[in-house]
Write a protein that binds this ligand. Sequence first.
Ligand code: IPD
Ligand code: CA
Ligand code: CA
Length: 301
Amino acid sequence: MALSPRLSPQLSVVVAAVRKAGKRLLRDFGEVEQLQVSVKGPSDFVSSADLRAEETLRQELSRARPNFAFLMEESGASGDDDWEHRWVVDPLDGTTNFLHGIPHWAISVGVERRMAPDRTELVAGVVYNPASDELFWAERGMGAFLNDRRLRVSARKELRDAVFATGIPFAGTPGKAEFSQVLARVMPQVAGVRRFGSAALDLAWTAAGRYDGYWELSLKPWDIAAGLVILREAGGFAADPEGGDPYAAGSVVCGNQVLQPKLRELVAEGVAYARRHQTRGEARPEAPSGGTPAGSDTPAA
Ligand code: IPD
Ligand code: CA
Ligand code: CA
């Protein structure tokens, strides 16, 4: 699909890299569907597909921009310590979907720029789902796009009309008590909650107005670097539950100007409740039915 002429030289480099890595991943995805029925299952195969995609991205990106550093999910940080720009890369976001033959996964590449020794900002991002050939991209100050179409977050204003995405902690990850408390507050107030399994696409789909918002705690920089730029350039707002920088915190609550603060309040209440109760033992499992007043220890009956 032809992209708009607004694609800068820098983004052209990223788009070429994700398309190359995506082509190979898509072939591997076809194999995975075959491997579902084998006794051993496709896990080892998927790990090597993931590593191969990361290597392709590294080669393509470093060839075009040799001075940029890297932060990659599989191989960590590399390059100069005093980098001016770095690529923040998740070669395969939505691994569980990929492994199960579910065509909802993406390559995510963000660009981070150092403004001062202790301050950086996200300046560009690409999230590409090869299975649907949807390429979400944005550059700071230039707007956000899906292929050649301009993106805008949804215009809904009421929680009762809103569909939110989230991420559910899985085996071996923290935050189950917080998640349960937040969900118990959000669920009764909204039209729907979805868990599709790719943080990068959750942000991109919120930018596209498909979701009215998205929240998830305990994420990594490569899950969200690109998606945050796309979301903000589509007119969205993002913060951590306490209102701070979501990239630094690794926790995101986002949506449009009206719904994001409402969602953030619910998330903050749930998290605070779980943490208060965790210090005295595991958070109580019961769900508040009509939301809990901020600062209250007792869920509304
Ligand atoms: C995961 C996905 C998932 C989110 C997890 C991430 P991975 O990334 O983004 O939606 O809930 O927190 O770790 O492991 O598929 O790259
Ligand atoms: Ca990820
Ligand atoms: Ca990954």
